[in-house]
Ligand binder design. Structure first.
Ligand code: PRP
Length: 212
């Protein structure tokens, strides 16, 4: 299932995120805040269990999350989204997966991962601001399933239709939540019109403007 956010804050802030003039400090803030907006929407169906606490005045019936949540950023660009989601799920485990796209083949190359041998996580929120060809997301889902995570959701701020189709085809059981669906991939595999390279724009390492 694919859900594209219609939230006005998402739309407003995506406009600023896409803007080539937005500098890295503001870009990072936006990624973090937009991850919270998308995270709210993507987790609206989580189960809760009955609980109870003592307030200063007496006993209160409460509900708490049933899931052990894991936040899984795909390095590098997912790091900013993970920070935002930690505001919603401060007790989440954060698992890192390092993947970069080979610029010639556009295929993902694994260079790092860090998570426990026996996963406690029952729901992993895989985060990457960009879903382009979908190669990185599919590989990350394979890694997480291989690690024994029973349930995954993918959260991306901007997606290309090609990437969505690829994840849906390879991982039909993984719900996809996106901030916006763009027109297409361009000839070098960038989301068009997109926002450029989310990793470079967050971390100040952009060297050139990518032409359409
Ligand atoms: C970008 C982006 C995604 C991936 C998307 O990362 O952040 O991880 O490409 O492309 P795909 O859907 O075609 O796989 P990149 O490889 O540039 O690495 P970086 O985050 O370290 O810059």
């Amino acid at each position: 299932m694919v859900t594209a956010s219609k939230h006005p804050i998402m739309q407003h802030m995506l406009s600023e995120l896409r803007d080539a003039r937005t500098p890295p400090p503001r870009f990072r803030q936006l990624v973090r805040t937009l991850a919270i907006v998308l995270g709210h929407e993507a987790t609206a169906d989580l189960e809760t269990i009955a609980s109870e606490v003592m307030t200063p005045l007496g006993r209160a019936a409460t509900r708490t999350l049933a899931d052990v949540v894991g936040i899984v950023p795909i390095l590098r660009a997912g790091l900013g989204m993970a920070e935002g989601l930690l505001e919603l799920f401060p007790a989440a485990e954060v698992w890192h997966i390092g993947l970069f796209r080979d610029e010639a083949t556009l295929r993902p190359t694994e260079y790092y991962n860090k998570f426990p041998a026996r996963p406690r996580v029952s729901l992993a929120l895989l985060v990457d601001p960009m879903l382009a060809t979908g190669g990185s997301a599919v590989r990350a889902c394979e890694i997480l399933k291989g690690a024994g995570v029973p349930r995954l959701k993918l959260l991306s701020l901007i997606a290309a239709p090609e990437g969505i189709a690829r994840v849906r085809q390879a991982m039909p059981d993984v719900p996809i939540h996106v901030g916006a669906v763009d027109q297409r991939l361009n000839e070098v595999g960038f989301i068009y019109p997109g926002l450029g390279d989310a990793g470079d724009r967050q971390f100040g390492t952009a060297t050139a403007v990518v032409d359409a």
